[in-house]
Each structure stands twice: as structure tokens, then as C-alpha cells.
Design a protein around this ligand. Structure first.
Ligand code: GFB
Length: 311
């Protein structure tokens, strides 16, 4: 990418898209194209086609997606399957029709089988059954990977796909029904400290293991791969280590100053027992995550408090 290349960041208001914009700005890329969902609905193929035809972007970061935590995924299957399929299809097709030089697609570690050998290598894709709580989203993201590979194979379009592990960071969704675990726990602990509540309730058993990547690290990896990677083979993006949800809760308790008890609501799902990514492909390409989990969560907590006050 040249610093003046026209770069479309689809989904620039989301957790990932906003981090990619920050990273591109910091890198001196000055010709970013962004549109809100209200301006252009990317799940509408005609709207995507009109945008590409008028604006002619040269590079595309496809960060627009319908995303959410374990409960949102299992309770709104149509939104997660349909909306993601439509967005991937319209953006990849418009990109091909209008001669985009390269597209970067974002998947997720939940595309891998529920009981994939750990750490999970990229070749585990489609080797076993999926985790039922997020199979709708996973199927949409697998279709996105295959569609990108298909455009590469049939038309020679450069389209690469990254599989990030669980993400967190500034700009995350803190709604307790639809969020992922890190923002949910930051909010629950913060509100418990504020109100003096003696306990906080977590979902599931606390025993599942998860790996967490700061979204600024993901954005850095995305720009790195956009510049130096062109294979249609997918690439995992993670930190290479994980912890249990209980350990995560204890860390967030320390950061927020919560000293009460933890309770576990076993009526809520645990999801997959573990999904630690094997990051050797990315490491061999020369990229490594830099933000330690405790520091990243502390910084996200500061962001949350500032933005909560600002309403
Ligand atoms: O982050 P999370 O919603 O997503 O949940 P997944 C991770 C773990 O934290 C699960 C537990 O075992 C939850 O039961 N947990 C404990 C909580 N307390 C809470 C809470 O208050 N809120 C939430 N949300 N979780 C998602 C997929 O799975 O991961 C998506 O559904 C996507 O498709 C995303 O892939 C990265 O890691 O289980």
C-alpha cells in the first residue's frame, strides 16, 4: 500500500474497524474511505456495488460484521448467519468487479472444530463438528474464507483471511446481554464496586480457557499482513497463551478493585472448552503480539470509565 492509496475500512465504527483506522492513521495512510451503516448498508449488494463504482477503493479491510458474545450468537442465529453471508458476498463481489488490488477478510477462532487439537493450527479448518453456541457465525465466517479463496482461484483476486482469537479493547460493546466476556466483566465489576454489591455473577462454570488479543495488536497484524502476505491460506492471529475464565475474572477483579465474591450461573453456556490458536505461521512471517493482557485490560478499563462518564 502507498500512503496515498485509497483504502476502504468497512465497519470503521466497530471494535476492529476503528482500531484499523487508528493504525492506518498512525502509519501515515491518508486516503481512508469510510461509510457508516446508515450511509451504506453493505449487506445490500446494490449499495456495495454503487459505493465501489463511485469511490474505486484500491485496498479493502473487511471489518464489517455482525458480532457478539456467546448469548447473542446462540439467540440470534439468523442475524449472525444471514447478515455476515450477505456482507461478505456483496463486498467481495464489488471488490472483484471494480479491480480492488487486495482485500483483507476477518474471520474468528470459532471457525475451528469444538474439539480441535490445541493449540489450533490453520489446517484444523473443517476437520470436525463446530461449537453449537456459535455455529451460525462460524458457518458464515467459513463461507467468507472459502469465497475469498474462490475469487482468488477463479479470478486471481488477491484476498487474504485472518483468524483472530477473542478480541478486546477500547471501543468494545459493553452491553451485558450481547457483549463478549472481557467488556462484560469490566462492567459487572465496576458497577459492583460503585454500588457496594457483595458479589458478581459470571456465566457458565469459569473453567473454559480463552486466549485474548488486544484489538490494537490485531490492527497492527492486519496492516502487516496486508503489506507482506498474499497467500489465500488463512493465518491465525493470537498471543499464544490462554487462561481460564475464573483467572480472567480474578485479574479483572484486581484491576477494578472488586473485593467481593464470585458466583457462577450454570444456566448460562460455557461454550467451547478451549480455543488457543497456534500462531507459528504468523510468527514465521515476522509478527508477534506486543500488548500484555493485564496492561491491555487496564487500558480498556480506563477507556470504559472515560466513555461511561461521557455517556
Ligand atoms: O466472550 P464470550 O461471550 O464468547 O464468552 P466465546 C467466553 C466465556 O466467558 C464463556 C464466559 O465460557 C462464557 O460463559 N462468561 C462468564 C461470560 N461471564 C460472562 C459474561 O458476563 N458475559 C459473557 N459474554 N461471557 C464467542 C463466539 O464465543 O467468541 C463468537 O460466540 C466469537 O462467535 C467470539 O467467535 C470471539 O469465546 O464463548
Amino acid at each position: 500500500m502507498e500512503q496515498t492509496s485509497k483504502i476502504f475500512v468497512a465497519g470503521h465504527r466497530g471494535l476492529v474497524g476503528s482500531a484499523i483506522c487508528r493504525r492506518l492513521d498512525a502509519g501515515g495512510f491518508s486516503n481512508l474511505l469510510v461509510r457508516t451503516h446508515g450511509e451504506v448498508d453493505l449487506s445490500d449488494a446494490r449499495a456495495a456495488e454503487a459505493l465501489f463504482s463511485t469511490e474505486k477503493p484500491e485496498y479493502v479491510f473487511l471489518a464489517a460484521a455482525r458480532v457478539g458474545g456467546i448469548l447473542a450468537n446462540s439467540s440470534r442465529p439468523v442475524d449472525f448467519l444471514r447478515d455476515n453471508l450477505l456482507m461478505e458476498t456483496s463486498v467481495l463481489d464489488a471488490a472483484w468487479r471494480h479491480g480492488v488490488k487486495k482485500v483483507l477478510c476477518l474471520g474468528s477462532s470459532c471457525i475451528y472444530p469444538k474439539f480441535a487439537p490445541q493449540p489450533i493450527r490453520e489446517d484444523s479448518l473443517l476437520s470436525g463438528p463446530l461449537e453449537p453456541t456459535n455455529e451460525w457465525y462460524a458457518i458464515a465466517k467459513i463461507a467468507g474464507i472459502k469465497l475469498a479463496q474462490a475469487y482468488h482461484r477463479q479470478y486471481g483476486m488477491e484476498a487474504i483471511s485472518l483468524m483472530p482469537t477473542n478480541l478486546y479493547g477500547p471501543g468494545d460493546n459493553f452491553d451485558l446481554q450481547t457483549s463478549h466476556v472481557v467488556p462484560a466483566l469490566l462492567r459487572k465489576f465496576h458497577e459492583a464496586v460503585e454500588s457496594g454489591a457483595p458479589e458478581v455473577t459470571l456465566w457458565g462454570s469459569g473453567s473454559p480457557r480463552r486466549e485474548f488479543l488486544h484489538v490494537d495488536d490485531l490492527a497492527d497484524a492486519a496492516v502487516f499482513l496486508m503489506e507482506c502476505y498474499s497467500s489465500p491460506e488463512i493465518v491465525n492471529v493470537g498471543v499464544g497463551e490462554d487462561l481460564t475464565i475464573l483467572e480472567l475474572a480474578e485479574m479483572i477483579g484486581e484491576i477494578t478493585g472488586f473485593r467481593g465474591k464470585l458466583r457462577f450461573d450454570s444456566s448460562k453456556p460455557d461454550g467451547t472448552p478451549r480455543k488457543l490458536l497456534d500462531v507459528s505461521r504468523l510468527t514465521a512471517l515476522g509478527w508477534k503480539a506486543r500488548i500484555p493482557l493485564r496492561e491491555g485490560i487496564r487500558q480498556t478499563y480506563e477507556w470504559y470509565k472515560r466513555n461511561r462518564r461521557a455517556g
